[in-house]
Design a protein around this ligand. Structure first.
Ligand code: ZN
Length: 236
């Protein structure tokens, strides 16, 4: 993974305000933060205020930070206390894991990387729970709010889901940290990544020096994340 996973938990003394119900999660709800704060600030602001606004995870270009255990509810879907009955109409807050993608207000590269980290993290969660892509909802699905605003405004919800599905099929556990050189758990994955870079070089989307770096074993996880974004942007 190209991100660092951290847990900064909401104190249990605030469960009554921010995470009042025991929850058996059934869905993952995707949000855009609609501001330009990094994940650590989003989480500390959420933990420190006393509003009925909360979510489980915030993701930026460097970190995935979990603040609420997945067996507790949070206030992020705008559908109130609702019901935990899977057949109920209003249930987003009661049975879904809320994921905020940071930096959505201004977008740009750091948002692009944050969104890609969300793709990878959500794919990992789906695999952990044994869920398919049908478990991923947008905030809008629960109460109509225009959220995740940037993904909706750029008409990318379908492709966002597709990227998650692709990530579920990838063996993506080959990287540790941004500044570490890429390590592979198996040769098939390594060959697939090399092939991906080679095709991009052949299409003149990226310079051959990146492939040379890969072959020399000096390409880092951060380099590769950046290249993936450049390739996606230029490959139209
Ligand atoms: Zn939202």
């Amino acid at each position: 993974m190209a991100y660092t996973f951290k847990q900064t938990f909401l104190p249990a003394s605030k469960y009554s305000i921010k995470a009042p119900y025991i929850m058996v999660p059934q869905y993952i709800t995707v949000h855009n933060s609609a501001n330009d704060a990094p994940a650590t600030n989003e989480i500390s602001y959420m933990i420190n205020n006393n509003n009925q606004v909360s979510y489980h995870v915030a993701i930026d270009d460097k970190e995935v930070i979990q603040a609420i255990p997945f067996n507790r509810s949070a206030w992020h879907c705008g559908d109130g206390g609702g019901s935990a009955d899977p057949n109920a109409h209003k249930k987003g807050n009661r049975i879904s894991i809320g994921v905020e993608i940071c930096y959505s207000k201004s977008g740009g590269v750091r948002y692009g990387v944050a969104e890609e980290n969300a793709v990878q993290y959500i794919a990992k969660l789906l695999k952990q729970y044994g869920w398919d892509i049908g478990r991923v909802k947008k905030h809008q699905d629960w109460n109509g709010k225009y959220c995740p605003h940037r993904i909706l405004a750029e008409d990318r919800w379908k492709s966002f889901l597709k990227r998650i599905e692709n990530a579920m099929n990838d063996n993506n556990d080959f990287m540790e940290k941004d500044d570490d050189t890429m390590k592979f758990t198996n040769e098939t994955t390594k060959a697939a990544v090399r092939d991906f870079l080679k095709q991009a070089v052949d299409k003149k989307l990226i310079d051959k020096s990146h492939l040379d770096k890969f072959d020399a074993g000096t390409l880092t996880g951060g380099d590769f994340e950046g290249l993936k974004i450049i390739i996606a942007q230029r490959n139209k």
